[in-house]
Design a protein. Sequence first.
Length: 380
Amino acid sequence: MYYLHADCTCALWGSKLEWAAGMDYAPLIDKRRERLAELETQIADPELFQDRQRAGELMREHRRTQELLRDWESLQQTLQQIEENRELAGSDDPEMAELAAAELEELEPRVEKLTEQIQYSLLPRDATEDRDALVEIRAGTGGDEAALFAGDLLGMYQRYAESRGWRVEVLDASPNDIGGFKEVTARISGEEVFRYLKYESGVHRVQRVPATETQGRIHTSTATVAVLPEAEEVDVEIRPEDLRIETCRAGGAGGQHVNRTESAVQIFHLPTGIMVRCENERSQLKNKETGMRILRARLFEMKQREAQESYSAQRRALIGSGGREEKIRTYNFPQNRFTDHRIGYTAYNLDIVVTTGALDEVITRMQHVEMEERMDELKS
């Protein structure tokens, strides 16, 4: 049994997560209470909603602050219950002691979960974590098998998004002839999408026997995933003179319409050399809008990467750079093995991960590691 401070302001709790080495969080919580009062005053002003972006930011901060304070109150109540149950567990009444001990087993994990949520909420927040995300998946080495794997990854993210109540919209796709994708871009929208999906950027490697393999040999293929926070117009400046926009006929499947009209759009950003092509929509205007959305996200990603250079070398080593070139994960189907190389995590439930989108465990572990590193940075 771990010792809990009697004043219930903090706790030293286990080996997974320490309650910030005995730091007293009450002053920080008091500041958040003051901030909540300020936010409620600002939200009550009707003129705020004339600026939709500012209103959205304040509403999100208001919701997060309320959640933090609720978690804090729940933690205090749970710690108090634990103290009471510890006393009852040592009573002379065997039945009462047994009931108290059983309840302790339920209360202790609750403290760990609340502790983690509060720690995360008190850390300096990345402004992009609340944003929707664009997920770009490209087939890498491995030919058709790589394209099929890209399709598997898209399906995995679609099912993960569904489990979290998010919405998935495929913005652009280049399918191949056997049901995979040379590349595909999807927009995922909902609550804190980028906070959870940001760890997915990098090279994903698959090891399995392709359906076309007659000798039963295991092949290794790759697909590249890039997760970009959706950018707003104020995030990056795109000057009309920096763009070259061309129209052309859409390729691939799509019926007679795509063969008759030039609905596909190619957008070249001349200063950076970034090219975006969109042909999913029948409307040239819609393809242009989608292309600009993708271009804006890619430019914002470049801007964010420059800012990330300020991260500590240790944190980059643990979490990874998020670069498209970094091998982050292996999916070994013969062994049913799922391995994330950044944190040394391995599980033997690959079939469940891919078919149901069960990514919660690995993403939670990534968040734990990042949070610990961020706490260390604050202490240094």
